[in-house]
Write a protein that binds this ligand. Structure first.
Ligand code: ADP
Ligand code: MG
Length: 300
């Protein structure tokens, strides 16, 4: 289920201070500990317990641990699938630095996450543009907060808009755009910070299937070009297999990692791939892993 997100909240992730540059000493000690290889993302024993409005505890994430290594030269896409309300968004929020875990740690490049950073961009399902700002001004917003000069801001925003195929719509208002285009603006607003880690929380959930397919291909192109790591939450297993190098199958709440599935490196990822027996087989396997956990579940 998507949660309402205000433009300011989304922008605050994008606009967070750039002060999180890796501390050489922390990174160096982590490198030593791991025999010379620091994972891009290391999540250890992550546990989150909320308090409901009525004061009851809600155990959302339970002892989740995984690591993702950086593969220089190739953008990596990691997808989380799991039942509705199992804690997927909660995990992403902890990685984004929007939420402090009850227990456990998140480390990026060997450095503990504390608060948001421009190096981590987040895209939500809900469209989060400021209605009164043009497309370009929306993309510039985070840079504006970070104090980037007007000319540079404009250039960087236009570059990001080009990447998502929206350059010619830069002076339009969000209300003049389709749903898919609005979501491209949200993606451009994240990309403009050149994040090394992009967190996408069911970003295409509100789009029609055809637009969704186009957006999936766009994300694959962007991931290749930017050579960054994308963490993607989706309820759509076909989308997961299409995008992912690695799929994490999560349990019902509280979220635990049930399976880690490495998706084979398909020679070509295009729409025809989704019809191939190999693709369908992997899709069916992941569906089985999901449904096997608790009988019938609603995936969302
Ligand atoms: P998902 O993204 O997998 O649908 P979430 O991470 O949004 O799940 O939520 C996991 C569980 O935690 C749900 O039961 C949800 O109702 C609860 N939850 C999420 N945010 C809060 C909050 N701020 N306060 C209390 N409970 C919350
Ligand atoms: Mg969610």
């Amino acid at each position: 289920m998507a949660e309402p997100v205000t433009p300011a909240a989304a922008a605050s992730v994008a606009a967070a201070s750039a002060s999180a540059a890796a501390s050489p000493s922390a990174a160096a000690s982590a490198t030593l500990a791991l025999g010379g290889k620091v994972p891009k993302l290391q999540v250890d024993h992550l546990t989150v317990k909320y308090l409901s409005k009525g004061g009851d505890p809600v155990h959302a994430v339970d002892d989740v641990s995984f690591s993702i290594s950086d593969k220089p030269g190739c953008g990596e896409v990691v997808v989380f699938v799991g039942p509705s309300g199992c804690g997927k968004s909660t995990i992403l929020k902890c990685i984004a630095g929007l939420l402090e875990p009850t227990a456990g740690t998140v480390q990026i490049d060997g450095k503990a996450v504390s608060g948001t950073s421009r190096d981590r961009g987040m895209v939500f399902q809900a469209y989060t543009s400021f209605a009164w700002r043009t497309v370009r001004q929306n993309v510039e917003y985070g840079l504006e907060l970070a104090g980037v000069a007007a000319k540079e801001r404009r250039e960087q925003a236009m570059e990001a808009l080009k990447q998502v195929g929206l350059a010619e719509f830069s002076e339009r208002l969000p209300k003049e755009l389709s749903g898919g285009m609005k979501q491209r603006v949200a993606i451009a607003r994240t990309l403009v910070n050149k994040p090394r880690l992009v967190l996408l929380d069911e970003p295409f959930g509100a789009l029609d299937p055809q637009t969704r397919w186009g957006m999936q291909s766009l994300m694959l192109d962007i991931s290749r070009i930017m050579d960054n790591t994308m963490l993607f939450v989706t309820h759509d297993v076909s989308e997961a297999v299409y995008l992912a190098d690695t799929v994490f199958v999560l349990s019902a709440r509280p979220a635990r990692v049930l399976h880690r599935v490495e998706v084979p490196c398909f020679a070509e990822r295009d729409l025809a791939l989704k019809q191939t027996p190999r693709f369908r087989e992997i899709e069916a396997n992941i569906l089985n892993l999901l449904h096997g956990q608790a009988g019938k579940v609603t995936i969302s």
